[in-house]
Design a protein around this ligand. Structure first.
Ligand SMILES: Nc1ncnc2c1ncn2[C@@H]1O[C@H](COP(=O)(O)OP(=O)(O)OP(=O)(O)O)[C@@H](O)[C@H]1O
Ligand SMILES: [Mg+2]
Length: 246
């Protein structure tokens, strides 16, 4: 059983695309039952489907969760691969507040352990960047504690894959994230350079700087490609060096 926690230098840097490619690469490497997990998804659509009896069922569905499900080979109930589906596209703690929910790391941890019982490989996609808040003390009573995505990574004790969204400012974000991972005693298993800005200056020199400053292997370098077709995803999966392998 292998599992990774995918984080990024920010929101919108390509974590989902890389997580989907990682799932495919793990499957190609011989892991039969691969499954993605998005513990907290903020930004969902209400989707209604009909069952065999023609009865309509509605649920909140998030794009990332759908992409991870499409890349995985194991179908599981939403409580396991997406325990929190929050309607509003906000920081998770604010989306939870708007939904009148509290994000509970114990619940996520239990879902993850249930998943790993049934899977050969699990890829957990974090929300936003590494220290994004997931839950907050009650604003009125002060009861409860802050919990962040980093706290979740600590709970799960997984090696981390960092997706660096290649744009101006990413060196600072990548190096801060590396420090935050190391400060928690977690392992940065590898990183991916994802070219999300076609106009970024000095792209090679920036990647070279990251290679010299990040203490983990670069697993892939993704060119700018606005449409993630299935063929592109397959190509990315084939080019991805699996963390921990030469
Ligand atoms: N290499 C790339 N070239 C061009 N566009 C890209 C590339 N990688 C990702 N994108 C686009 O950038 C956007 C954000 O990507 P993605 O959803 O994978 O980011 P994310 O880090 O998972 O975001 P979130 O924090 O919302 O989970 C998407 O529209 C995606 O298609
Ligand atoms: Mg995502």
């Amino acid at each position: 059983m292998v599992a990774y926690f995918v984080t990024g230098t920010d929101t919108g840097v390509g974590k989902t695309r890389v997580s989907a490619a990682l799932l495919r690469a793990l499957h190609q490497a011989g892991h039969a039952r691969v499954v993605g997990m998005k513990p907290v998804a903020a930004g969902c659509d209400w989707v209604t489907t009909e069952d065999a009896q023609g009865v309509a069922h509605g649920q909140w569905l998030n794009e990332d969760v759908a992409a991870l499900r499409a890349a995985g080979t194991l179908a599981v109930p939403p409580v396991f691969d997406n325990p929190y589906a929050l309607p509003e596209p906000l920081s998770p703690h604010l989306a939870a507040r708007r939904a009148g929910e509290a994000i509970d790391l114990d619940h996520i941890e239990a879902s993850f352990h249930a998943l790993r019982q049934h899977a050969d490989a699990v890829v957990v996609e974090g929300a936003g960047g590494f220290i994004v808040p997931l839950s907050e003390p009650d604003p009125l009573t002060g009861e409860g504690q802050w919990a962040t995505s980093a706290d979740l990574a600590m709970r799960l004790q997984l090696p981390i894959v960092l997706v660096v969204g290649m744009r101006l400012g990413c060196l600072n974000h990548a190096l801060l994230t590396q420090e935050a991972i190391a400060a928690r005693g977690l392992k940065l298993a590898g990183w991916v350079a994802n070219h999300i800005d076609p106009d970024m200056a000095e792209q090679d020199a920036n990647v070279d700087t990251l290679q010299r400053r990040l203490h983990a292997p670069m697993l892939a370098r993704l060119a700018w490609a606005p449409q993630a077709t299935s063929a592109e995803l397959a190509e990315l999966a084939a080019s991805l060096r699996l963390p921990g392998r030469a």
